[in-house]
Design a binder for this molecule. Structure first.
Ligand SMILES: NC(=O)c1ccc[n+]([C@@H]2O[C@H](COP(=O)([O-])OP(=O)(O)OC[C@H]3O[C@@H](n4cnc5c(N)ncnc54)[C@H](OP(=O)(O)O)[C@@H]3O)[C@@H](O)[C@H]2O)c1
Length: 304
């Protein structure tokens, strides 16, 4: 297993463990509020609205960063992944080799020697392009559509988010180097693109519905409270935008040929990460709103 595979395995495992521990902690609500380790753990896994009910001491609040800074992640992603896309494009179509520093990083992450002479597959350019489009759309949504309250994230989560898209861009190139088998098959490419478009529309529609909970008909912000989301896929799950995120990563794996273990490990990480966030959000809605629909799942319609 290469270093990049170990990294994504580790991240997926961390969120799997966090998801499991959170489930176990829910069994003993009497001890929930008191233990220091419990509060520290919850402080690290929660953010935004799911953090508001957590009773934290003043020193823990020192690490709070505004959640409205989410757009910083996408600026980094657009710049970095756009840059890598140009480098890869030049390598494939203009025959300019990748820079030495980049091939050295890729060799260290994959353990595959000779990456300086390897030419990325066209499907990797498509993967990078879709990643760029996804990040750019999310940036626009953060800046132009979403209405943020005074919710916070932990400084560690913020730092993680900043590094996340850097590593993700490198992972796209690593998965190219370590992919087994031939390049993309037409049906996988079409399926991947179709899922990407559909999931992006689902996520965008969900973000619009969330924003409309706080705006009037003219689009002006009327409140910053959290309300029960309705309409669209919110009728099926509490967090359709998290489900859409998972589908987007699955679609990226499909367009890159579906044969890269590395990218499927990224999908596994996104699954546990978003499952945890969806579970916390669902529990909040169920506990806060008496009339919350009983038939709604948290994350995946009819399943989870
Ligand atoms: N790939 C990854 O590792 C990863 C990690 C995290 C997030 N994401 C993606 O990033 C996107 C945003 O995630 P998020 O966790 O920030 O989503 P979120 O908590 O649902 O927030 C999205 C927006 O909706 C608002 N909002 C949320 N619930 C609301 C409610 N009940 N009533 C009114 N407004 C509400 C939020 O305002 P507030 O300011 O009040 O929260 C925020 O402006 C998602 O699509 C997610 O999939 C990806």
């Amino acid at each position: 297993m290469s270093m990049i595979d170990v990294l994504w395995c580790f991240l997926a495992f961390c969120f799997f463990v966090a998801f499991s521990i959170h489930g176990l902690c829910e069994v003993g609500p009497g001890e929930r509020e008191s233990g220091f380790m419990y509060v520290l753990f919850q402080d690290l896994i929660r953010y935004g609205k799911t953090k508001q009910s957590l009773r934290r001491s003043a020193w823990l609040r020192v690490f709070d960063v505004p959640k409205r800074w989410f757009w910083h992640f996408y600026v980094i992603s657009v710049c970095w992944n756009g840059f890598l896309l140009v480098l890869t494009f030049n390598c494939v179509y203009v025959h300019q080799p990748l820079p030495v520093w980049l091939t050295a990083v890729l060799e260290a992450l994959t353990g595959v020697p000779g990456s300086h002479s390897a030419v990325p597959r066209p499907s990797t350019i498509l993967l990078q392009l879709l990643l760029f489009i996804h990040s750019f759309r999310r940036l626009l949504e953060c800046l132009l559509i979403s209405v943020f309250s005074d919710g916070v994230i932990h400084l560690a989560q913020y730092a993680f988010g900043l590094g996340y898209y850097i590593v993700l861009g490198l992972t796209a190139l690593c998965s190219d180097l370590s992919a087994k088998g031939s390049d993309m098959q037409d049906w996988l490419l079409l399926l991947g693109c179709a899922v990407f478009i559909w999931a992006s529309l689902l996520q965008h529609r969900s973000m619009v519905l969330l924003a409309q909970l706080r705006t009037g008909k003219s689009g002006t912000v009327e409140t910053l409270v959290h309300r029960v989301p309705n309409g669209g896929w919110f009728e099926l799950v509490s967090c359709p935008h998290y489900f859409a995120e998972l589908l987007i990563y699955v679609s990226l794996s499909l367009v890159s040929g579906g044969l890269s273990l590395t990218w499927w490990l990224v999908v596994l990480y996104v699954f546990f990460n978003q499952a945890l966030a969806a579970q916390l959000c669902h529990e909040l809605y169920v506990s806060k709103y008496e009339s919350y629909p009983k038939n709604r799942n948290a994350f995946i319609p009819f399943v989870l």
